[in-house]
Design a protein around this ligand. Sequence first.
Ligand SMILES: Cc1cc2nc3c(=O)[nH]c(=O)nc-3n(C[C@H](O)[C@H](O)[C@H](O)COP(=O)(O)OP(=O)(O)OC[C@H]3O[C@@H](n4cnc5c(N)ncnc54)[C@H](O)[C@@H]3O)c2cc1C
Length: 454
Amino acid sequence: MKRRTFLAAALAAASGVRAAEKEGARQAAMTPTSTSERIQEEPRSIPIVQDCDVCVLGGSCTGVFAAVRAAQMGARVALVEKQNAFGGVAASGLVNIWHKLYSNDGKEQIIGGLTHEVIQRLAKIRAVTSHGNGKGNFTLNTDELKIELDRLVIENKITPYLHTFYAAPQMEAGRVTAVFIENKNGRQAIRAKVFVDATGDGDLAKDAGLPFEIRNGLQPPTMCAEISGLPGSIFKLIREHREEFGLAPDQGWGADVPGSPGVRMCAYTHVFGTVASDATQLTAAEIEGRRQIRAYMDIARKYGGENNHPCLLDLASHIGVRETRSFTANYKLTEKDVLSCKRFPDAIANGTYHIDVHDPKTGKFKFKEPEGDFYQIPLGAMVSDKAPNVVLAGRMISTDRGAFGGIRVMVNLNQTGEAAGVTASLAASGATPVSQVDAESVRKSLSKLGAVIV
Ligand SMILES: Cc1cc2nc3c(=O)[nH]c(=O)nc-3n(C[C@H](O)[C@H](O)[C@H](O)COP(=O)(O)OP(=O)(O)OC[C@H]3O[C@@H](n4cnc5c(N)ncnc54)[C@H](O)[C@@H]3O)c2cc1C
């Protein structure tokens, strides 16, 4: 990347609010930032490292849970993750709240499966705090979560690829026949019958030609950190002194870290106007996110009083990305579906988390509450007739902006992972396009494996 281009992007992110206010910011994001020159890459023969039934791209809990369920259905599974650990935003991004597993009236457990199992595993080593007598939210030790996910992968005989980036597909007659990956061993290919895209951004789905949009006014990303010794008045101090430290008006939140009194997981700021599926903007947002953390550390050091000794203990390995590409699958889940708690015959997940949209310019949270006990996510939002052997899982599934604001939390997306794994394995064993896999068979299999299916 040209130095000038990079600096321009960094400055655009640094002036967060200004950037967000510029009408053309989103369009600029889509403009290629490279020179107009091209070079030709020589054709080369690529080793196939694995031939399997199901290949899962992206190893957050969504991706790991997809891989585990596919393996438990009898599939041979590969799991590709670009970070050094599994867990996605929850682990490398430090985001440590899983929301409640119960219906809004508190009477019925509506989320079970691997989410429940992982909470139980973490509870055994005191790496989770359960709020509300088990009927409320959970805060996790996300480093212990990484180790638990490793164990799940090994126990289920999944072939893991860490430090491995999905680069491109090989396509034949509209099907993905293999994916090219890059890691320390160079460029390699994994051949599979069916692929699960759990990359958050939908990198494979995009390359496979599935239609998507990048909505105007994306929810902005946040750099998270674990900090000890912050003054209790930190939010007030940030509000009062933010201008001195170059912070835009914003809204944030924090959470406890199990077993670590005095340590806060801090999600205090946003990098406005970022399209994080664009590499240049993502780079600038990482740097700006870290600058913001330094700014609120400086505020705490300067104005927090003599008795406070703030210490930055852990910085997320990457900025937490809320929203990028949103794909169109056979069904688009709507805000109305979520708010009215619509029931679907092909429901594969249940959720209660309210619609929560972080304002793209001010960071303020806007909530809308569902009108019933819980809503559902249908399998139709994860499969498309246009991609016969790709299943979507995680935040890129087919929703409108409002529905996305609700379903985007992990206890919901974890379930899309489990359903994707089961669907992919049934499609692979039956040589069936994913959109023609019988939804009732998916639901029955999920139920047998421990998911709550209503
Ligand atoms: C700051 C912040 C706070 C949030 N707070 C909460 C909260 O309190 N509770 C909650 O439940 N939800 C919260 N959310 C929302 C939630 O965390 C995300 O919506 C959710 O984690 C998305 O899951 P995912 O699996 O779709 O994506 P991700 O967690 O982003 O996982 C995608 C995975 O794919 C990998 N990947 C991406 N591209 C490639 C590639 N090309 N090759 C290989 N691997 C790749 C990534 O490294 C990553 O591991 C928050 C989000 C953010 C950003």
